[in-house]
Design a protein around this ligand. Structure first.
Ligand code: OAD
Ligand code: ZN
Length: 237
């Protein structure tokens, strides 16, 4: 398959694309953190009840990001954007920020970014590297309320959903990479693409649960297989 510069491509990535950078996938672990189910820590209710516990969870995850770099799969997607320019849209469920570090600009981080935090009362924003690591629950310097990590929790609405759906509907190709297809609404994007007669492709270690909506499925590790596929798609690697 070969993509032309005037064709529109949108791509959805999940935890699998960052696996070779050394970050664990969600459902690849036992889904537990200090004996709490992850879903129970990553929720507005948990933050109300015990903000320090929720911050402990995200600070641990943030620490793990310190020595992590984009891998060959992230870099291949940067080359795709260089080639397709504004015809390329990257949508990610990952909060690791690696696509942005790799240089992608037309990027929707639909579940937020673990390197950032904000105040729910006054919308003050900051990055975690400016936050005092000794503060168990960082406070807003403007209004004194608790700051929270800029990640979308279970029960909350993902960011940029309308723009994302518009981009997918208007695409010639929609591609999913490294996502298990179990968390909605992202899991529904393939079906949306098929409803709008968009050709769909998928690259994943194992078949995702929504594989029936994928026209061309490739199995393998993203960092190994994606550079080869991008070479085939745009002839650049
Ligand atoms: P999952 O952990 O559910 O799925 C990762 C997928 O990547 C699996 O289908 C694996 O087979 C595949 N995979 C693993 N290693 C891979 C590799 N090296 N190359 C290619 N594929 C590989 O992660 P997500 O689908 O991203 O939401 O999870 C979606 C959302 O669920 C997350 O964004 C998070 C989570 O709860 C929130 O935090 C709101
Ligand atoms: Zn505030």
């Amino acid at each position: 398959m070969r993509f032309r510069r005037d064709q529109k491509i949108s791509i959805l990535t999940g935890a699998g694309i960052s696996a070779e950078s050394g970050l664990k996938t969600f459902r690849g672990t036992d889904g537990l953190w200090r004996n709490h189910r992850v879903e129970e820590v990553a929720s507005p209710k948990a933050f109300q009840k015990d903000p320090a516990l929720v911050w402990d969870f995200y600070k641990e995850r943030y620490k793990k990001l310190q020595n992590v770099q984009p891998n060959k799969a992230h870099l291949a997607l940067k080359l795709m954007e260089d080639y397709l320019k504004e015809n390329f849209t990257l949508i990610t469920q990952n909060v690791d920020g690696l696509h942005s570090i790799a240089g992608n600009k037309h990027l929707y981080e639909m579940h937020g970014n673990l390197r950032e935090c904000f105040c729910m009362s006054c919308n003050y924003k900051n990055t975690l590297k400016n936050i005092d690591p000794a503060a168990r629950v960082p406070q807003c310097p403007k209004c004194g309320d608790n700051l929270r990590p800029n990640v979308v929790w279970f029960g909350e609405f993902p960011y940029h959903l309308e723009e994302i759906k518009e981009a997918i509907k208007n695409s010639d190709y929609f591609i999913i990479i490294g996502t298990s297809g179990v968390i909605y609404p992202a899991a529904d994007f393939l079906r949306l693409a098929k409803n709008f007669r968009v050709t769909t492709l998928g690259l994943n270690l194992e078949k995702p649960s929504n594989v029936s909506f994928i026209d061309h499925f490739y199995s393998g590790k993203a960092a190994e297989e994606l550079p080869k596929l991008v070479n085939e798609w745009i002839g650049r690697l």
